[in-house]
Design a protein around this ligand. Sequence first.
Ligand SMILES: [Zn+2]
Length: 196
Amino acid sequence: MKKALIVVDVQNDFVEGGSLECKGGKEVAKNIKRMLDSDKLKNEYSLIISTQDWHKGDRHSNGGHISASPDYIDTWPTHCIANTKGADFAEPLIATDFDHLMLKGYGSPSYSGFSKNAYEKENKSLSLQEILKTENITSVDIVGIAFDYCVAQTAKDASKEGLNVRVLKYLTATINQENENLIRNELTDLEIEVID
Ligand SMILES: [Zn+2]
C-alpha cells in the first residue's frame, strides 16, 4: 500500500493576520512542519503534495468566488492572489517541503485539489489524479486549511477516486466552527476516517 500526504492550502491569507484568517492556522502550519521533518513521516508517505489556492488579481471575481461584500459561505474577501505574499506558504512551510505543488482556483472557484482547474505548478498538464495514479498511491492522508471547505472537498473527491482517505483533523483548522459536526458526518458517511 503506497500512501501520500496532501497538505491543503496552508497559506498566509488563511492563517492569523491573513485576509481570510482561520483561527489556529499558524499552529497547524508549525505542527505540519514538525511532522514533515520527522523520520516517521518519511517512512510512512511515498509522496508529499501541497495545494495552494491561486486566484487571478484583485480586479477579478474569479467566477464570483471573491466579492466586496462576501457572505463567507460562497463568496469570500480577496485572498490568495497568485504570486503574492498572501498566497505563499505560511511559515515555517516552504515549497521544497513538497514533491508536487498543485495550484487551484485561477479564474474560477475550486475548493478541491482534484478540481478540473487544478494543475501542477511545474508541469501544468499534470492533475492530482494523474500524479497519484503514476505513483500507484492507494491511500491518502489529508491535512491543512480549512477543514470545512478545501480539506473536506479534497477528501470527498479523493474518496470518489477510489482512494482510502483519512483526514488528520488535529492538523487542520476550521473557518466556520458551526460547520464542524455536519462536515464530520458527511466525511464519515463516505467512509473517510476523521482522526482527532
Ligand atoms: Zn479561494
